[in-house]
Design a protein around this ligand. Structure first.
Ligand code: AMP
Length: 280
């Protein structure tokens, strides 16, 4: 396995794969890898001739007051996990390498980014779209793998690929959870024992939403309110939003067709966590 830190070397490696007729799968991550990431990596390894995992804590997708500085980083462990999973290249550029002096170009998206996380993190999806576009241009993947845990991000990337005619197949992968249901996340490392125990209620509330929907409840406001009531009983949890939306439009479902999800963002102590469940 090769660890590449510069854009020019990564482009050269990707061009060599192409020249040999080899397909490349890209798994973009911010590192501190866990089973959620590794499920994407395994899928990429199984579907492509070569797999590239990018590990880059992208400064421009964090708001000024957020945790860019303290975001967990562990390159030694991440490299070992990638090596064991038969990854071919880990692309681990510095922020300066990705955003050198004079960088002024951004990929922006309207509408899809206006609700949910986009409403609370106004610069977030501009940062995500910009870095993912750059990663596509640098690694030329045939396929790119994203988790459904970040449901709005997945919808945004699919839309961007369509809108900008990018030649990449976007593959969405299911949410991987801890034994008690908590969605795996690099940010779970911030939780103390009490918060960690409380965090499991996010998934429990989503299961309740799922149960109500399965029983035929179609008043989505009632389901959203129910989640709010359940989580308001947990002292360390402050709900940011609980919304039932169409997975493609991120807007309230239009009737009973399409994929419908219930998405939650909440603070557990100071840690902001997101999760969602597919209702239909
Ligand atoms: P991150 O490092 O948090 O930016 O995540 C990198 C990729 O891994 C994104 O596509 C995430 O959606 C995906 N991911 C993170 N956590 C999980 C999880 N628990 N299950 C599935 N995919 C995940």
């Amino acid at each position: 396995m090769e660890i590449i830190r510069t854009v020019s070397e990564m482009k050269a490696a990707a061009a060599a794969f192409r020249a040999e007729g080899l397909s490349a799968g890209l798994v973009p991550t911010m590192g501190s890898l866990h089973e959620g990431h590794m499920s994407l990596v395994r899928k990429a390894v199984s579907e492509n001739d070569r797999t590239v995992v990018s590990i880059f804590v992208n400064p421009i997708q964090f708001e000024a007051h957020e945790d860019f500085g303290s975001y967990p980083r562990d390159m030694a462990k991440d490299s070992e996990l990638c090596e064991r999973a038969s990854v071919d290249v880990v692309f681990n550029p510095s922020a300066r390498e990705m955003y050198p002096d004079g960088f002024h170009s951004y990929v922006d998206m309207s509408v899809l980014t206006e609700g949910l996380c986009g409403a609370r993190r106004p610069n977030h999806f501009r940062g995500v779209c910009t870095v993912v576009s750059k990663l596509f241009n640098i690694t030329y993947p045939r396929r790119a793998y994203f988790g459904q845990k970040d449901a709005q991000q997945l919808a945004v990337i699919k839309r961007m690929v369509l809108d900008l005619n990018m030649d990449v197949e976007v593959v969405g992968m299911p949410v991987i959870r801890e034994a008690d249901g908590l969605a795996m996340s690099s940010r779970n490392a911030y939780l103390n024992d009490e918060e960690r125990a409380d965090a499991a209620y996010i998934c429990k509330a989503l299961s309740e939403a799922s149960r109500l929907f399965d029983e035929g409840e179609r008043d989505i406001r009632r389901i959203e309110r129910h989640i709010g009531e359940l989580l308001s009983k947990i002292p360390s949890i402050a709900l940011e939003y609980a919304e039932i939306v169409d997975a493609k439009t991120m807007r309230p479902p239009d009737g009973d067709h399409g994929e419908i999800i219930c998405a939650v963002a909440a603070r557990v102590g100071k840690t902001r966590l997101i999760d969602n469940v597919r209702l239909k």
